[in-house]
Design a protein around this ligand. Structure first.
Ligand code: TYM
Length: 332
């Protein structure tokens, strides 16, 4: 069976709507058709400072959220990155294949280090995309469901796989990004030309799945639109309206044309209220489900132990092949 793999960082108490619509929703759909691997990249999380206690809690919480939205441990392998040490082993080999200039061109490092300046940024933040490449290449993955902001990292991953195979002989599958264009970039409700992100200056435009539904509904009703009245889907001319329409289309599964047609003769107020209602319906059951799952840590930990065992088996096979090909003497 063809294989998919993806990860979501445990750097917040809740997934946001961009994470869900851009990525995690696709994970749920793909687990039926593919051999699926979904994981929590806690090693990526420490590329910026984390409180150890909070990191541990958020890692479990992230797993609970995956289960709550429908990722199924019977169908998908679910694990924590640091439980699979083979990923770190592969990272070093890939690090030695990466050009300094090549790594310097990664835009996420430029963005994430812009505030502190590059001197203050950690080297881990700089080499972050190489760890991500190892996450993927350790598992011989065909397809990686992510949002638009991960596209450049996927390109690096493909380049590294091709380079390794050319230099040392074929050991790594070259993966393809799986990016659903319509939903690959959900925008900040207050600043609808910037992506929705937990690191925005204000959280007024951020919808956290586990926030009080009333709070999220209010944020949607206060979303920035424009001074016009017409409801059409046009990302350039009407980014705010188009973002709300996109959220509706994603959560209802309805076609965009049909949604737009249903707003003939209606106003922005209707669009906002209805989008808020649709969101409320979706998020309301999630909080209870996450709390229930978190109450049974033994169950979560058993899922993770099982996932790590399955994941390590595959990653170890890749690492053994890679080590042999680069010329490491096998320990006897
Ligand atoms: P992370 O944790 O920042 O985000 C998780 C997923 O959510 C997507 N996403 C969005 N999609 C649409 N609109 C948005 N506003 C939005 N914001 C975030 C991201 O594209 C991502 O798919 N480096 C990754 C985690 C990672 C990973 C991997 C992913 C580590 N190793 C290996 C795939 C394969 C990250 O930081 O995602």
């Amino acid at each position: 069976r063809r294989r998919v793999l993806s990860g979501i960082q445990p750097t917040s108490d809740s997934f946001h709507l961009g994470n869900y619509l851009g990525a995690v929703r696709q994970w749920v759909q793909l687990q039926d058709e593919f051999d699926a691997f979904y994981f929590i990249p806690d090693m990526h999380a420490i590329t910026v400072p984390q409180d150890p206690k909070v990191l541990r809690e958020r890692t479990r919480r992230s797993v609970a959220q995956l289960l709550a939205v429908g990722v199924d441990p019977e169908r998908a392998t679910i694990y924590v990155q640091s439980h699979v040490p083979e990923i770190a082993q592969l990272t070093w080999v890939l690090t030695c294949l990466t050009g300094f200039g090549e790594a310097s061109r990664m835009t996420q490092f430029k963005d994430k280090s812009a505030k502190s300046g590059t001197d203050a940024a950690g080297v881990g933040l700089f080499t972050y995309p190489i760890l991500m490449a190892a996450d993927i290449l350790a598992f011989q993955v065909d397809s990686v469901p992510v949002g638009e902001d991960q596209r450049q990292h996927l390109e690096l991953t493909r380049d590294l796989a091709q380079r390794f195979n050319k230099r040392y002989g074929k050991a790594l599958t070259v993966p393809k990004p799986y990016i659903v264009e319509e939903f690959a970039k959900i925008y900040d409700l207050q600043n609808p030309t910037a992506k929705m992100s937990k690191s925005a200056d204000s959280d007024a435009g951020l919808i956290n799945l586990l926030d009080e539904p009333k709070r999220s509904a209010k944020k949607i009703r206060s979303a920035v639109t424009d001074n016009d009245r017409e409801i059409v889907f046009d990302r350039t001319a009407k980014p705010g309206v188009s973002n709300l329409l996109t959220i509706q289309a994603a959560l209802t599964g309805r076609a965009m044309d049909e949604i737009v047609a249903s707003y003939q003769g209606k106003g922005y107020g209707d669009l906002k209220v209805e989008t808020a209602d649709i969101l409320t319906e979706f998020v309301t059951p999630l909080r209870g489900r996450v709390d229930e799952l978190l109450a049974d840590t033994a169950h979560l930990d058993a899922i993770l132990a099982d996932g790590a065992a399955r994941a390590r088996e595959i990653a170890a096979t890749t690492v053994a092949d890679v080590y042999e090909k680069v010329g490491f003497l096998l320990p006897q």
